[in-house]
Design a protein around this ligand. Structure first.
Ligand code: GLU
Length: 447
């Protein structure tokens, strides 16, 4: 079979087989479009059927998570761990607790994670997990009981050299603490089993900031490549979690202005720049809605709906909320607003028609697997510190993060131009991430 036939047959097979998994198909289509020229150049990838093998996770674990709420009622959720690819190292990737979690979402996230982790240059494979549990409105005790039940099952399948989960949407320091405590009770103190831990027992300095800072370091590289800087630029940021908070902080440190943040019901516009200390107090300490931010700051206004529908002059955008948050009409709005650079803080925040529109309008896009790789990169640095039983300073870790983000940018840019996709970092990141994984898989034989 020649490469073109192989690609066609593979795509048809995927569309049929994964009909019920739309997010997974979305990510496979984008990936295939990017790597097609590489497949054409490497007959061994066709011969070894690398694409079809790659798309099937090494294993998916799905399990029952029973827990008791504060009223004494028996509740239950479904937990998952997708152990997608271990060609480059132990499975590595976050856990997401959100009511939308299902197999399609976790397979798309796990697939992305393989190439993201490969791009970091660190020895980590790809995985993802979570549960369809909604942490909103739950008490600390309910969260603790849920995490304990979740880990009672998950601990059978993970370990510091096997699979190392971390946080994602709905899983932060509090949840990692409860998950770690239960793992320790059942298996003993092995701090390399989870990353994103609190500093007191093996967490890394700069891990909390890493995804947001990394997305801005990546954006900075994009701007520099176009002989421009962040200085004085206005950025629309969505989300109000870890990624959005620290992206706003770093952006403003570099002289930019973060003019918005958002949560699931609305958004804040604050043209004087987001007050990061206030935002952290509202979201992380008080765990309140963004309306509390607007009440505390006179320059801020709260609006219902999506920040991507807002008409406002801006140069940059950092979507840092969730998948497919930016649709076609919103991409049109971003073009009208004047946005020229996008760094994806969330995973797959632009849907396919939105991406097409933005590329057609020469918007320079830093795709998630490259732009938000700073989080998992510092997770791998946390694993390294745990193995050494040492902890590095904030400056040391942040310095390594900056180097990693620079490398990811140059590798992605170079891969794009080598394959005639100049300035398309989506294609470049897919290609650069894919080649290492494919070559490692081939060298390890058919396993
Ligand atoms: N959930 C994050 C991501 O999407 C971080 C994963 C990790 O640190 O393992 O990359």
């Amino acid at each position: 079979m020649n490469a073109q036939e192989y690609i066609k047959v593979t795509q048809e097979k995927w569309h049929k087989q994964y009909e019920a998994e739309p997010e997974f198909i979305q990510v496979l289509d984008e990936f295939l479009d990017s790597v097609a020229p590489v497949i054409e150049e490497h007959p061994e990838y066709v011969e070894k059927n690398i694409l079809q093998i790659l798309a099937i996770p090494e294993r998916i674990i799905s399990f029952r998570v029973p827990w008791t709420d504060d009223k004494g009622n028996a509740q239950v959720n479904t937990g998952y761990r997708v152990q997608f690819n271990s060609a480059l190292g132990p499975y590595k990737g976050g856990l997401r607790f959100h009511p939308t979690v299902n197999q399609s979402i976790l397979k798309f996230l796990g697939f992305e994670q393989i190439f993201k982790n490969s791009l970091t240059g660190q020895p980590i494979g790809g995985g993802k997990g979570g549960a369809d549990f909604n942490p909103k409105g739950k008490s600390d005790n309910e969260i603790m009981r849920f995490c304990q039940s979740f880990m009672t099952e998950l601990q059978k399948y993970i370990g510091p050299d096997k699979d190392v989960p971390a946080g994602d949407i709905g899983v932060g320091g509090r949840e990692i603490g409860f998950l770690f405590g239960q793992y320790k009770k059942l298996r003993g103190f092995e701090n390399g089993v989870l990353t994103g831990k609190p500093l007191l027992y093996g967490g890394s300095l700069a891990r909390t900031e890493a995804t947001g800072y990394g997305a801005v370091y990546f954006l900075n590289e994009m701007l520099q490549a176009k002989n421009d800087t962040i200085e004085g630029k206005r950025a629309i940021i969505s989300g109000a979690g870890n990624v959005a908070i620290y992206a706003a902080e770093k952006l403003q440190e570099l002289g930019g202005i973060a003019i918005s943040v958002s949560d699931s019901t609305g958004y804040i516009i604050d043209e004087t720049g987001i007050d990061v200390a206030l935002l952290r107090d509202v979201k992380e300490v008080r765990r309140e809605r963004l309306t509390a931010y607007a009440e505390a700051k006179s320059t801020a206004s709260y609006f219902e709906g999506s920040v991507w529908d807002h008409e406002i002059a801006a140069d940059l955008a950092i979507p840092a909320a969730t998948q497919n948050e930016v649709k076609k009409t919103q991409a049109d709005q971003l073009v009208k607003n004047g946005v020229k650079f996008i760094s994806e803080g969330a995973n797959m925040p632009l849907d396919a028609p939105a991406t097409e529109t933005l590329l057609a309008n020469d918007v320079y896009i830093g795709p998630a697997k490259a732009a938000n790789a700073g989080g998992v990169a510092v997770s791998a640095l946390e694993m390294a510190q745990n193995s050494q039983r040492q902890s590095w300073t904030f400056e040391e870790v942040d310095g390594m993060l900056q180097d990693i983000m620079k490398n990811i940018f140059s590798e992605s840019k170079e891969a794009a131009s080598t394959y005639g996709k100049e300035d398309n970092l989506i294609a470049g990141a897919n290609i650069a991430g894919f080649k290492k994984v494919a070559d490692a898989m081939i060298s390890q034989g058919l396993v």
